[in-house]
Each structure stands twice: as structure tokens, then as C-alpha cells.
Design a protein around this ligand. Structure first.
Ligand SMILES: N=CN[C@@H](CCC(=O)O)C(=O)O
Ligand SMILES: [Mn+2]
Ligand SMILES: [Mn+2]
Length: 311
């Protein structure tokens, strides 16, 4: 696993002459085996799940566009941050790419890093989770909590095809096969964009669901408390942010833009609350599609979320 010249070429930007003015491009380093624990960015340059799900492709370009947006943000960290390069999907072999991603995420976790994976379509989630599962597989039944901010459940029946619409159903199957609990919270769901079958599957799987319209200034505290309770029942948290949870005006560069969405100003405090649990072991961002972005708005919002996770 290494960041090649292509990945590292994204890390350029403004350099201020005064002291204490560092930005990400001046601090981030290519990961190597001796790197002390830190935040490790890993790209999943993959469109195959979105293609299989009949969405508009382009998410494979997201890791590089998010690196470029993050490069110029101000550096406020004490601990290091690394670029671990990209996992790519060759010849449409999504399953092999997800397996490679899983192995790399597991290696980062074993080395003590906080992996932050930049997708790719939401098929990134199956690879990310597989890495955390592998890392924790010494425990008899690890309680992994998945918190997904998304307009969609991504619980489509994986018997038909594995895609960006199936990762959490695939994870549920894996958990069942291993005798592990499946703990899944999906926040920001649009009733208009998810079928009755998907709501039924979510109910069967005991998913903690909060719809987009339920997440408001006035409910933020109670939803935050629900997330605290969810986190308390878990050993480790995996946070996955599908950027299409945001309104299309805040995140136009996605495969399936949200007519309503949940604004960044409501999302951020919930993410901060999850971080405060101390149980966050892994995060990823999915569905950013630079081909449909406007003035890098979506890449910037993704970069800001990584920045938030880094504080
Ligand atoms: N990653 C998931 N995407 C959505 C796509 C919905 C759409 O294209 O409208 C899903 O499968 O539900
Ligand atoms: Mn999704
Ligand atoms: Mn979505």
C-alpha cells in the first residue's frame, strides 16, 4: 500500500509566509511501514457499484478531487496524517477490489491508524467494513456499529447483483453467517427515494432509522442522544457518509442528488457527537462524483468533513 506520484501530486496549494500557518498539503506524508499512528487517507477509485446500480458514473475520480480540496485547508492537528494511495477496480471486478480495500483497511487498523476511505460509490462500504471485521475477528462476536448518513438504505437484495445499493445487506449477511450482531443506523433517509421493500428490510434488520425530514434543529439533541445510546451498545463504530445525504445545492456532484437532504449544519454536530464517543475506528465518504460537481462544491464539503474528523 503506497501513495504513488499521481496521488501525491494533489497535495499542493497556498503557502503563507507567516509562522503557524500550515495547510494539509504541507503536513500530509506518504504512508510507509514505519509511520507512527495517525489518520490515514485511502482512496477507493471505483465506479463499478454505481454502474451496476444504473447510476451515473464518475465516482472513481473522487479520491483525487477530494485530496485537492483538502490540500488547501488549514492544518490544526497535532498527530500526523498520511496518504495511503488508491485502491482501484480493474476490469469491473468489484469483488476483488473490495477484497483489496478490506486487506488495506485491516493493515491500517493493525498499525494503529484511523483509516478514512474516500470512495468511490457506496460499494466502498462493503470493503471498508470487511477490513474492520478482519481486524476485529479475534473477538468472538464484535459489536460493530455502522452509522450511515445517507438518503438511501443501500439494503437492496444482494441475491441479484452486488452494487452500490447493496453493501449493508451484504454486511448483514456476513454478520448472520458469523453469528455477529448487525447494528446499523441509517440517518437522513428519504421516504420518497426508498421503496416499501427497503423500509421493510430495515425494520426486519432492526435498523435505527431517522428520515431526512426528522433531522431538524429542534430534534438534533434527541437524535444525538439516540446516537449516544447506539454507540454505548457497540465496541467499535464505523461511520460512513454518503454525500448524497446533503441537499443537492450543497452537494451537486453525486450520482443521485437529494431534492431535500440534510444540511451540513445539522450533519456536523451529529458527526462530532459520534467522534466524542471515542469508539470511532473507521470512516468513509461515498458517492462523490466530480463529473457533476459545480465549482468543486461537493469536493469541498467532503474535504471539510474529513477536516472535521481530523480534529
Ligand atoms: N447507493 C445507492 N444508491 C441509490 C440510488 C438511487 C437512485 O439512483 O435514484 C439506491 O440504490 O437506492
Ligand atoms: Mn449510499
Ligand atoms: Mn445515497
Amino acid at each position: 500500500m503506497h501513495a504513488d506520484r499521481h496521488c501525491m501530486s494533489a497535495w499542493t496549494g497556498r503557502t503563507d509566509p507567516e509562522a503557524d500557518s500550515a495547510r494539509w498539503h504541507q503536513r500530509i506524508r506518504a504512508l510507509n511501514e514505519a509511520s507512527e499512528p495517525g489518520l490515514a487517507l485511502l482512496g477507493f477509485a471505483c465506479d463499478e457499484g454505481v454502474r451496476r446500480n444504473h447510476g451515473r458514473v464518475g465516482a472513481a475520480g473522487a479520491p483525487q478531487s477530494v485530496r485537492k480540496a483538502l490540500a488547501n485547508l488549514a492544518w490544526h492537528r497535532q498527530a500526523p496524517a498520511y496518504d495511503a494511495g488508491d485502491v482501484t477496480c480493474e476490469d469491473g471486478d468489484l469483488e476483488a477490489a473490495q477484497a483489496r480495500l478490506g486487506r488495506n483497511v485491516c493493515a491500517l487498523l493493525d498499525a494503529g491508524h484511523l483509516p478514512v476511505v474516500i470512495g468511490g460509490g457506496h460499494e466502498v462500504a462493503f470493503g471498508s467494513w470487511s477490513g474492520l471485521a478482519e481486524h476485529l475477528s479475534g473477538n468472538p462476536a464484535p459489536q460493530i456499529g455502522i452509522v450511515n448518513f445517507d438518503a438511501h438504505f443501500d439494503l437492496r437484495d444482494p441475491a441479484h447483483v452486488h452494487s452500490s445499493g447493496t453493501p449493508f445487506a451484504q454486511i448483514a449477511e456476513q454478520c448472520a453467517a458469523r453469528g455477529w450482531p448487525f447494528r446499523y443506523a441509517c440517518l437522513g433517509v428519504s421516504r420518497a427515494s426508498n421503496t416499501r421493500a427497503l423500509f421493510s428490510r430495515a425494520a426486519e434488520l432492526n435498523v435505527l432509522v431517522r428520515e431526512d425530514r426528522e433531522i431538524r434543529e429542534a430534534t438534533l439533541e434527541s437524535i444525538g442522544a439516540e446516537l449516544d445510546a447506539f454507540a454505548a451498545g457497540c465496541d467499535a463504530l464505523y461511520l460512513t457518509i454518503d454525500i448524497d445525504v446533503l441537499p443537492a445545492c450543497e452537494a451537486p456532484g453525486v450520482s443521485a442528488p437529494a431534492a431535500r437532504g440534510v444540511r451540513l449544519e445539522l450533519l456536523e454536530p451529529l458527526i462530532e457527537r459520534l467522534k466524542a464517543s471515542g469508539k470511532l475506528r473507521l470512516a468513509d465518504l461515498a458517492e462523490i462524483n466530480p463529473e457533476y460537481d459545480i465549482d468543486n462544491r461537493t469536493a469541498k464539503v467532503a474535504a471539510r468533513l474529513i477536516h472535521l474528523l481530523s480534529l
